[in-house]
Ligand binder design. Structure first.
Ligand SMILES: [Mg+2]
Length: 232
């Protein structure tokens, strides 16, 4: 078997796993805890959930730090001092991993096959380092996880992908990057010289204004054949 690539690297959320909105669950738990033990907040959990969604969207798209997210979230829910809950929140997220994180369909089959191969494997993920590593371990992904919080660079920044290639010890063009987000994953990887495989979740068409992915799959089961050189 002749391999077309020497390495394969993954996005985590909605590519290899789903976390069932774990950080949103932890944010609502935080409001319940503050309301019961510190000071009444007079906010409905439905409203807290909406605020959590808005603040998490900023956290993901703008790379705001966790303390800022917690401060704003608790303030908008009628309290104060949210930033002081950061250690509690991080631990709460880790504790929720076994209950909420599940592999994407075919992810375990794929990881078993990769373990039998000579390919180098890694993940590059925007998010909190300890949490993303714990989520990866939960689905049996025991390869390096480069999390934006730890490396100080976020997808789609070129530097994040350059660092990924360096950590894998490979030229970018020898690595296939797999992700579900056209902008952060596919445009980011292509811009750094990787081949980029789009996992099409079926919810939105690929944006016409972005460079097309090297290939598109609908299931991780379609990945392995693409790693092999076509000789005919
Ligand atoms: Mg993703």
């Amino acid at each position: 078997m002749k391999l077309r690539f020497e390495g394969v690297a993954f996005d985590l959320d909605h590519t290899l796993l789903v976390d069932n909105r774990l950080e949103r669950v932890a944010l609502i738990d935080l409001i319940v805890r503050i309301d019961a033990g510190v000071a009444p907040l007079h906010v409905s959990l439905e409203r807290a959930g909406t605020i959590a969604d808005e603040e998490l969207a900023r956290y993901r798209s703008e790379g705001v730090d966790l303390e800022t997210v917690l401060r704003r979230y608790v303030e908008r829910c009628g309290g104060e001092g949210g930033e002081g809950w950061a250690p509690w929140f991080r631990q709460r997220c880790l504790d929720l991993v076994p209950r909420l994180v599940v592999p994407m369909p075919a992810a375990r089959r794929l990881l078993s096959a990769l373990a039998q191969s000579d390919l180098r494997v890694a993940a590059l993920s925007n998010g909190a380092a300890g949490l993303q590593e714990r989520k990866a371990a939960q689905i049996g992904f025991f390869y390096p996880v480069l999390a934006s919080e730890r490396i100080g660079l976020r997808k789609p920044e070129r530097g994040a992908f350059d660092l990924l290639a360096a950590r894998m010890g490979l030229q970018a063009e020898r690595i296939l990057y797999v992700g579900d987000d056209p902008y952060t994953d596919i445009a980011g990887a292509l811009g750094a010289g990787f081949a980029a495989l789009w996992l099409d979740g079926g919810s939105k068409p690929y944006p016409a204004d972005l460079a097309a992915p090297t290939a598109t799959i609908r299931s991780l089961d379609e990945l392995l054949p693409l790693l092999i050189e076509r000789t005919v």
